[in-house]
Ligand binder design. Structure first.
Ligand SMILES: [Fe+2]
Length: 323
């Protein structure tokens, strides 16, 4: 696969310091902050503060930057070699998209989501396999005489990697054309006239573009080892502030993953996920079309209204028209 993974996201928020604290508590590793890129630099003022974060397997994958409204500024995608960059540039050019090229990367902006997409040559993700946990089941006491391993865990939850982002697009067809025909994402599943689940790796989806009245970041999603880590991560965040809860625990139908959504101080949703479908062999996957509740989930609490239309949508629309 020429495209092989998401590399990083850059999220703009009005309150970088508060939002950075949230992502630290979410389990990402903070790499630097107001000290600036070098330790001897003077501290940056709040309106210039940038903070970078790493995941366990993915390295640096999140950058928070100041912005008048919350938004996904940049989405990074890794490709195998420079030929892939030339191919993508050629396809995007064929769609009439303006492509900026440097020796190491190309970038272009999707008109529907307003997101700058940057493709660069990147190493494959070095994922260390999660341990297999013995689970008891009827007629199968696999654990023997011992307590369940997950209840003995005391370490903080640490996301393994950035899994996917979900973006609102004001021109869904244009965004689908940009990402599928231009960038080279593959379609895993679709909700007609509403959303497309797209992949640039063997994960079921790395990007979901959905029709929206304004371009906005719906959520970023971060992989953890298993459903217990989904629950433990959310539990720890909610103990600090129950108002962070959005939706969970549940299991999606599209992609099959367990989920729990929480909200950062800027209003962006963040998802812990585990056990997502993988598409190892494209020939064996049959993309589906979903028009009922399975488009949203398989089981879980009822879908909360703000998950479908975040509380700050009207505010974001005003901000977008008065930059
Ligand atoms: Fe998600």
């Amino acid at each position: 696969m020429a495209l092989h993974r998401l590399t990083s996201v850059c999220i703009g928020v009005p309150n970088v310091a508060d939002t950075a604290t949230y992502y630290e508590e979410f389990g990402l590793t903070r790499l630097d902050d107001s000290a600036g890129p070098r330790g001897d630099d003077p501290p940056r003022p709040p309106d210039r503060l940038e903070v970078r974060f790493a995941t366990v397997d993915g390295g640096e994958q999140l950058r928070l930057v100041p912005s008048t409204r919350r938004q996904l500024v940049e989405l990074g995608i890794g490709v195998d070699d420079p030929d892939d960059l030339r191919s993508v540039a050629s396809r995007l050019g064929g769609l009439g998209v303006d492509v900026k090229q440097t020796p190491a990367a190309i970038s272009a902006t999707d008109p529907g989501t307003g997101v700058r997409v940057v493709l660069s040559v990147a190493d494959p993700l070095d994922s260390h396999p999660a341990p297999v946990i013995a689970q008891n089941a009827p007629g199968r006491p696999d654990r023997g005489t011992s307590r369940a391993e997950p209840i003995l865990r005391t370490n903080p939850v640490r996301p393994r990697k950035l899994g996917h982002v979900v973006l609102g697009s004001v021109e869904l067809e244009a965004s689908e054309r940009f990402f599928i025909q231009g960038v080279g994402f593959k379609v895993s599943d679709r909700v007609p006239d509403a959303a497309s689940f797209l992949r640039c790796s063997t994960d079921h989806h790395n990007l979901l573009v959905q029709a929206a009245p304004i371009p906005f970041l719906h959520h970023s999603s971060w992989q953890v080892d298993d459903v217990d880590e989904v629950g433990r991560g959310a539990h720890a965040l909610l103990q600090k502030d129950p108002a962070r809860h959005v939706w969970g625990l549940g299991r999606h139908h599209i992609g099959s993953n367990f989920f729990w959504y929480l909200k950062d101080p800027a209003g962006n949703f963040t998802e812990y996920y585990a056990d997502m479908d993988c598409i190892i062999d494209d020939q064996l996957w049959d993309p589906g079309v979903w028009t009922d509740l399975r488009a949203l989930y398989n089981w879980g609490p009822p879908v909360p209204g703000p998950f479908l239309a975040p509380d700050d949508l009207a505010e974001l629309m005003v901000a977008a028209h008065n930059p």
